[in-house]
Design a protein around this ligand. Structure first.
Ligand code: NAP
Length: 245
């Protein structure tokens, strides 16, 4: 599908990557860009129409689908990262919030907008996943679980909506230069680069975007993950818990 003339909705459009997605859609000539945010007053990008939407709230999701019934491109960008481990986190709060937002929130959006996209002739869904969909890292363990679940959801929704011609794009990236990755000094890709690659993929009909070298490298190593991916993570984690790193 072409971005020019499309009607798009971006979740979490007020900041970070969502802001870059919304700006790029405007630049590429989308006919309308709905910028969804928990506080619509924080959506200030020129050309973007604010919509109130907390993706963990089923009523708000249904309302957004009714209010934005002309959408042909849904960008499920909103997400949360709590940097929580499985076994030493004090409780399940972080794991639940990540799963409720990243997995159930995206699932709610796909369900609510499936018929909207069908009415638009198929359209497209972009799900913003992560390199952590592919492997577990104790530094963001429960986030990884939620992104792995969201990856599975993305592959399933693609199969389920194929008959109505909906393109479903999975986007994986390592660190992106936003507030979410502010804690690390590791190399980061720019949100503008991710947005550009994603909409090029939508226009080309591609189902997957591996947005940076790290994502491409990890995906290529998946069949040998216990030899190539986990040992260095284990070494780093053991050093961290023993206080030597
Ligand atoms: N940054 C990275 O390194 C990185 C790497 C790979 C993938 N990702 C993914 O990229 C996406 C965007 O992340 P980002 O880097 O832009 O993070 P960010 O700067 O922390 O922004 C997160 C966005 O999601 C919104 N959000 C959170 N919970 C929400 C909810 N329940 N309902 C609606 N909106 C909600 C936030 O809204 P508020 O302003 O209201 O909090 C904000 O707009 C996420 O899915 C993230 O997992 C990020």
């Amino acid at each position: 599908m072409q971005i020019s003339g499309s009607v798009a909705l971006v979740t979490g459009a007020n900041r970070g990557l969502g802001l870059a997605f919304a700006g790029e859609l405007v630049r590429r000539g989308a006919a309308r860009v709905y910028g969804a945010a928990r506080d619509p007053g924080t959506v200030t990008e020129p050309g973007v129409q604010p919509v109130a939407l907390d993706i963990t709230d089923g009523d708000q999701v249904e309302r957004a689908a009714a209010q934005c019934a002309d959408v042909s491109l849904l960008v499920n960008n909103a997400g949360v990262l709590r940097y929580s481990t499985f076994t030493s986190a004090p409780d399940l709060d972080a794991a639940r919030q990540e799963m409720e937002t990243n997995y159930f929130g995206t699932l709610r959006m796909c369900r609510a907008f499936a018929s909207v996209l069908a009415a638009a002739g198929g359209g497209a869904i972009v799900n913003m996943l992560s390199i952590t969909s592919f492997f577990t890292n104790p530094f963001n363990a429960s986030y990884g679980a939620s992104k792995a679940a969201e990856w599975s959801l993305t592959n399933g929704v693609r199969l389920e909506l194929h008959h109505q011609g909906t393109l479903v794009v999975a986007v994986h990236a390592g660190f992106i230069d936003t507030e979410m990755a502010a804690l690390t000094d590791a190399p980061k890709i720019s949100p503008e680069s991710v947005a550009g690659q994603v909409f090029d993929a939508v226009e080309a009909g591609q189902v997957e975007v591996l947005a940076d070298e790290r994502s491409r490298d990890v995906k290529a190593k998946l069949s040998r993950d216990h030899e190539l991916i986990y040992p260095p993570i284990q070494e780093f984690w053991d050093a961290a818990v023993s206080g030597t790193s």
